[in-house]
Design a protein around this ligand. Sequence first.
Ligand SMILES: [Ca+2]
Ligand SMILES: [Ca+2]
Ligand SMILES: [Ca+2]
Length: 419
Amino acid sequence: MKNLTKHLLLLFVAMFVVYSCTKENITTDVLSSDTEMVLTTTDDMAPVITFHESEVIPNNYIVVYKDEAFPTIEKRAIDKTNYKERKLELESKTQTLLKERRIATKKIKQSYVKTIKGVALELTDEEVELLRKDDRVAYIEQDQIIRVSMGGPPGGGGGGGGSTGQTTPWGITRVGGASSGAGAGLAWIIDSGIDMDHEDLNVHQTLSQSFLSGGGGSQSPDDQNGHGTHVAGTVAAIDNGVGVVGVAAGATVVSVRVLDRRGSGSNSGVIAGVDYVGANASSGDAANMSLGGGASSALDAAVSAASSACPFVLAAGNESQNANNVSPARVNGNNIYTVSSMTSSDSWSSFSNYGNPPVDYCAPGSSISSTYKSGGYATLSGTSMAAPHVCGILLLGNVSTDGNVSGDPDGNPDPIAHK
Ligand SMILES: [Ca+2]
Ligand SMILES: [Ca+2]
Ligand SMILES: [Ca+2]
């Protein structure tokens, strides 16, 4: 019996390697769609969720507590006024728990209190086993790499600058044109940051924050990659006669920086950003996540819970695969919008992920011009670019539709989002 299991496991690993190599040859910049989730459960101990090692951040874990653990930290009673306090309380209670389990004091890399109750830590295999025995622990998940949902490298006028009048990108026109975002709620851009002093964006200077793991909150929310600034511009670039214009023109955008200069980050950092939005957003706001990685129970749970604070818009991902393989794209809910991508002729973007559910709408994502890092402008493609069109629409009101995309590979053509 033991031998059979071993053989099956080896076969599985071999199949996996072949699959991932093939994929590597076809596309670059793919998300971690190949990650396989392995759930280990024995007796009544908390399960450990592990993934293929290529996407795992070694020895880093997200420890998720049961909702009823630490009853003085009540998720529903947490808001922007006590959020920091409750985080510190959970961190301190975690150190006590570690001590009780005979684990040395740890640097707590992240803590979550509003959406899920949990912490991100570096742990040895032995320490994971010790923690599993604690009945306050719901599950322990390996931390994984997560990336921007972009189709390819920037093209077109990356330089920008020389204010020669304002252009309306085709995608803005296709979803119903730019409207004034004055008086609209905040757009929370969970991404690589936002160019904090871009001429064409109103960026909230005090709410913007970095959650890059290891940053200790001291890192700048400024965009070192360009991706987050591009997403922000599609949502809300200002109608000011220069650059571009967004769907909810001039609405205030908040940088929730979770991806680094290469456009990658960790699930533990992304969840920290989601938790922050969950505690600080109001009902008129909208959040955008143009990023994705392999299946993650912890990230899915955080996004699901945060969507009770404001609508969450999720990029479907760019691996031409079923979006059900991607977190957070695969999360469904009344206030959660997963978005696929199309070209300017209402045709499917070849890179876009598909599948209903989780995909709710299709939006412009091929050759989208918007703002970029360092005061620039750039043209990019990806479901990353499609999602913020829907985010802008949600700042203005409800999402309507205008026709369906052609060439949807799942045979169920997604409705095209319109304001
Ligand atoms: Ca402008
Ligand atoms: Ca959905
Ligand atoms: Ca579809």
